[in-house]
Ligand binder design. Structure first.
Ligand SMILES: [Zn+2]
Length: 263
């Protein structure tokens, strides 16, 4: 049995040809496109300065996990090793768990959960079970991850439906557009590789890395907006965009008017 750290020991291989541009990097473009994780994370922290003052611990934890996803993904695409595959998928799973535990709106908690602490424990148990499961059947993991993402989008949809702020609705709309583009790239790379090879464009998984980062920037802005709205009554959260709202690609962030003394 070969080592789980051995090159090409992963159960998945993406459409990009292996070792075409380097003898050390299996999928060159799928590897370097992960640099986007290291660019977006500082942007997220710097732009959301107001929110950072309110929840510094949670934002730092999320930023750490996003960088960890980037590192794991680089290792995975560089080696296509089984260990890399597990790390890549588990880092996303743990980041989702952290987001659920910290930001899932309390009014969506199951009836038997009394407070956020209990909810965080429940999410922690689910994460441990899922982690063990992914060692047993790793190939199911990617589909499970997308199912969780769909659930998250469904909850966001419910929230936006009850929210009358047109700017929040616009932000949610753009989140769905970027997420749809990202997931289309992931699916096309996975299932239509023959066609991609025919037209000599095998880089859709790299684009998935870029677009999902953009979608996450929008999604996280929406999530922290809901957090401020529900947990800081009386404040006035508003969205701004960098470099400008009219740019084709712009990064959203939250400013909080009427700031309170936070503890
Ligand atoms: Zn990837």
């Amino acid at each position: 049995m070969s080592s789980i750290f051995a090159y090409l020991s992963a159960e998945v291989d993406w459409c990009e040809g292996n070792f075409e541009h380097s003898e050390y990097i299996a999928e060159y473009y799928n590897t370097i496109s992960n640099l986007i994780f290291f660019i977006m994370t500082p942007f997220m922290i710097i732009l959301n300065f107001d929110y950072m003052k309110y929840r510094p611990g949670r934002v730092r934890s999320l930023a750490f996990m996003v960088v960890f996803i980037g590192v794991s993904s680089i290792y995975f695409h560089m080696t296509l090793s089984y260990a890399g595959q597990l790390l890549d998928e588990l880092s996303i799973l743990w980041t989702m768990g952290l987001s659920y535990g910290c930001w899932f709106p309390m009014h969506h908690f199951p009836p038997f959960i009394k407070n956020r602490e209990q909810f965080a424990y429940m999410v922690g148990i689910v994460m441990v079970v899922s982690t063990i499961m992914s060692f047993i059947k790793p190939v199911v993991n990617a589909y499970a991850l997308n199912s969780v993402a769909i659930h998250l989008l469904y909850v966001i949809f419910l929230e936006v439906k009850r929210n009358t702020n047109p700017r929040a609705r616009r932000l949610a709309g753009i989140t769905v557009i970027w997420w749809s583009i990202a997931i289309s790239c992931w699916i096309a790379d996975k299932f239509f590789c023959e066609f991609c090879r025919m037209i000599n464009f095998c880089y859709l998984h790299s684009l998935w890395h870029i677009f999902i980062n953009l979608a996450l920037m929008y999604l996280s802005t929406l999530i922290i907006y809901l957090d401020v709205l529900y947990e800081m009554p009386g404040s006035e959260p508003n969205f701004l965009y960098w470099p400008s709202e009219k740019s084709l690609i712009s990064l959203p962030y939250l400013v909080i008017g009427k700031s309170h003394k936070w503890c």
